[in-house]
Write a protein that binds this ligand. Structure first.
Ligand code: CMC
Length: 428
């Protein structure tokens, strides 16, 4: 292949170098475009064709359904690793040695206490507040309780900030749920695993011991691993762009949580369950909703279907579907919602509308089913997604700062009014 791409514009030719990634992907490096053409820019709404950075964290091939963190396949990681090992891998680039693994666990546990005053902020929220709004606010508030800025040139400083947020974030997640459920807040237990502690902090009743369930621990561990990173998606791009202004880690993460909240992104898992509930209330009429999804005059979309990059299948969905079956079987749950989900999936997979557009069930079509079986309320689903995505956001923020990336500042094509004179209000 040629080493350059040539643009011809008004009879003049401009050359742009090609860059190759380690998986043989090719990018046209247009960083000199505006200067050499004296002001011409590219226009790519939704960044469907635009790479915003070079990254060594996550590789995905949407056509082939491949997802790898730092070179390791998601299938292998979901089967063999635990969430904190994956977090370490994503953030620092290599799987931890036993010693590094133990230290990482211990350092995180040592940071798993949140300032008592954070409870006052939580108290000020109405119980009806959406948990994602609460989580984003509390994460941002952590900045006030940990005001020293991170010296990104110091590995030690960076490490301290990372274990701090990895330790405190699950506490905020659990408190968000406990506040909603009117339960007292506590700090969990130091001597159990990360995921066990999350479950215990969320569900322990004040007057009884919490009994761990191995199937639930494994399923949650898998869910968190599957959600841990997904290269330059909406929330990750948000974290990177906010961090590119040199805003702190916690503030950047808080912005990422807000981005994740939307129903086209992380909020889809909540939207899937709400959609399934609506179909159930409508006599389980899946055909009606399939027709609505295909009707171009109806804004309704089949939530949990389609993906910006996976145009074949979502590898995370395959793994999570299996985990959902195991959890439901272990808990002995027979859920009519699940039957509706299965019916919908089968219809969509053979419907030409969905087949032609390569719309397949994504990870969020199934994750909500597991969360529901675990007893997690629907509006907490996206919070669980955020808990899983945390190491990915941290890894991407760290990479962006270590690469000394410039501030993110896109251009635009102005299509508004041209210059005009101001008219005083009494003359309008
Ligand atoms: N139901 C019905 N039609 C759909 C759907 C859907 N879920 N998704 C896409 N389409 C149609 C869309 O109308 C368009 O049709 P046409 O070509 O006739 O105009 C075509 O498929 C292409 O859609 P698009 O909106 O251009 O695709 P996109 O890459 O911009 O959007 C998406 C990707 C995920 C936002 C979209 O598929 C969607 O809205 N899905 C439902 C929400 C959802 O499940 N989101 C979770 C994504 S996975 C979690 C995550 O990583 O955040």
């Amino acid at each position: 292949m040629s080493e350059k791409a040539t643009l011809e514009l008004n009879g003049q030719k401009y050359d742009f170098p090609l860059k190759s990634g380690t998986e043989n992907e090719t990018a046209i490096d247009i960083s000199s475009l505006r200067n050499s053409t004296k002001g011409i820019i590219t226009l790519d709404s939704g960044f469907k064709n635009t790479g915003s950075c070079e990254s060594a964290i996550t590789f995905l091939d949407g056509e082939k359904g491949i997802l790898r963190y730092r070179g390791y396949s998601i299938e292998e990681l979901a089967e063999k690793a635990d969430f904190l090992e994956v977090a370490y891998l994503l953030i620092f680039g290599e799987l931890p040695t036993q010693e590094q693994n133990l230290k990482f666990h211990n350092d995180i546990k040592a940071q798993s206490v949140v300032d008592e005053d954070v409870k006052k902020i939580l108290d000020a929220f109405p119980k009806t507040a959406h948990p994602m709004g609460v989580l984003s606010s509390l994460t941002s508030a952590l900045t006030a309780f940990n005001p020293s800025s991170v010296n990104v040139n110091s590995e030690e400083d960076m490490y301290k900030a990372i274990v701090k947020i990895m330790g405190k974030f699950p506490v905020l997640v659990a408190w968000t749920l406990r506040k909603k459920n009117g339960l007292p807040l506590d700090y969990g237990e130091k001597n159990i695993g990360y995921v066990e502690n999350v479950l215990k902090m969320m569900f322990k009743q004040p007057n009884e011991d919490y009994v761990q369930n191995k199937v639930l621990i494994e399923a949650l561990d898998k869910l968190l691993i599957l959600h841990a990173d997904h290269e330059q998606n909406c929330s990750t791009s948000t974290v990177r762009i906010v961090g590119s202004s040199h805003a702190g880690l916690f503030a950047s993460l808080s912005a990422g949580i807000s981005a994740l909240w939307g129903p086209l992104h992380g909020g889809a898992n909540q939207a899937v369950l709400e959609m399934l509930e609506a179909i159930k209330a409508d006599d389980g009429d899946t055909k009606k909703y399939m027709a609505k999804a295909k009707d171009k005059n109806d804004p309704f979309r089949l939530m949990g279907f389609g993906h910006r990059v996976y145009k074949n299948f979502d590898p995370r969905a395959r793994i999570i579907k299996k985990a959902a079956d195991e959890v439901l079987e272990d808990l002995g749950i027979e859920d009519p919602i699940l039957d509706i989900a299965k019916g919908l999936e089968q219809e969509a997979l053979k419907d030409p509308y969905f087949v032609d557009r390569k719309l397949y069930p994504n990870v969020d079509f199934y994750s909500g089913i597991i969360y529901r079986a675990m007893g997690i309320p629907t509006d907490m689903f996206t919070v669980m997604f955020a808990l899983g995505r945390l190491p990915g956001w941290i890894a991407q923020w760290r990479e962006m700062r270590l690469n000394n990336e410039p501030i993110g500042r896109p251009r635009q094509l102005y299509v508004g009014a041209t210059e005009r004179s101001f008219v005083e209000v009494d003359k309008r």
